[in-house]
Design a protein around this ligand. Structure first.
Ligand SMILES: Nc1ncnc2c1ncn2[C@@H]1O[C@H](COP(=O)(O)OP(=O)(O)OP(=O)(O)O)[C@@H](O)[C@H]1O
Ligand SMILES: [Mg+2]
Length: 283
């Protein structure tokens, strides 16, 4: 398998130890359909003199069963693209299609249901509920939908993120890496079609970040998930199947099978500011 190779800053073997074979998840999807697309997506914030075009006529598709990284300098529109793709925000112009559904045709309630049932989120700041245990946090979105997490699936996910002995702990009793693993388990709990992760390793040290990336990679390779991850870090992007580059609200690059070196090289060519601080990842 292509990902059983050395990747990233620490040249860690990507294939997680003790391969966990999914029994209850859908089989890994063949790369034969689009999970999400933006079509001529434009997003303006504000009005008049203070208006900002955060996305300018962006057209991009993300394939099912694949792991994509979205990169770009601060303010280039990464989070805006992700929020619009995920139905957390609406475009000013253009369309977002999720698994064949045009989000512009949905009213707010239908959009909320689509987000709840078909999309998982992982944020840089974890966004766990402090008063709930890890287990309760993982189950929360499914519980809010009036449903229960399939026990076999819950087991598989918790084993995958290695949290079995932390389920009764509250977020304040967990390390940052453990909290992000709870957030990943929460995102997976409803078996979403698509997971969006906005800088999931941004608040983590390098070892915890690598673990999180290993789990995201595993979810794609062995659980049939589709992941779109925003990151600033070339080493993090090297775990993805593809890196899409944004600059000033537009797509300016798209590379397959990124490595930390190829990503850094592209960043330097596109915008030296974007590459600043990442030179250490070279090689
Ligand atoms: N709610 C908002 N109101 C006004 N302007 C906004 C809003 N959200 C984002 N912007 C502007 O849109 C542009 C794109 O912002 P966005 O958050 O998508 O960037 P980003 O690439 O995610 O940056 P970062 O790496 O810093 O997270 C920026 O110029 C930003 O200031
Ligand atoms: Mg952002």
């Amino acid at each position: 398998m292509r990902h059983a190779v050395t990747r990233g800053r620490a040249a860690i073997v990507c294939e997680p130890k003790g391969a966990i074979v999914s029994t209850s998840a859908p089989p890994p999807s063949a790369n034969d359909r689009v999970a999400a697309s933006a079509v001529h997506a434009t997003k303006w914030y504000g009005h008049g003199d203070t208006a900002v075009a955060a996305l300018k006529d962006v057209s991009v598709s993300f394939d099912s069963g694949r792991f994509a990284a979205v990169m770009g300098a601060s303010g280039s529109g990464k989070s805006t693209l992700m929020h619009c793709l995920a139905g957390l925000d609406r475009l000013t112009d253009g369309r977002i299609i999720i698994g064949g559904t045009d989000l512009s045709t949905l009213d707010d309630r239908a959009l909320t249901l689509l987000r709840r049932d078909r999309i998982g989120f992982v944020f840089q700041a974890f966004n766990l509920v402090p008063t709930l245990t890890a287990k309760e946090n993982i189950e929360l979105p499914v519980a809010l939908a009036g449903s229960k997490v399939d026990p076999a699936w819950f087991d598989e996910v918790v084993t995958m993120v290695d949290l079995r002995d932390r389920l009764a702990h509250r977020p304040s009793e967990l390390s940052g890496g453990q909290q992000q693993r709870v957030a990943i388990a929460r995102a997976l709990a409803s078996k979403p079609e698509l997971i969006f992760a906005d800088e999931p390793t941004g608040n983590l040290d390098s070892a915890s970040g690598t673990t999180v990336l290993e789990f995201l990679r595993h979810a794609v390779d062995h659980m049939g998930q589709t992941i779109v991850m925003v990151t600033h870090d070339p080493a993090a992007a090297s775990w993805a199947d593809r890196a899409v580059f944004l600059s000033d609200g537009g797509i300016v690059g798209d590379i397959a099978d990124p490595t930390a070196a190829s990503v850094l090289e592209r960043m330097q060519a596109l915008d030296p500011r974007m590459a600043a601080g990442h030179e250490r990842t070279r090689g």
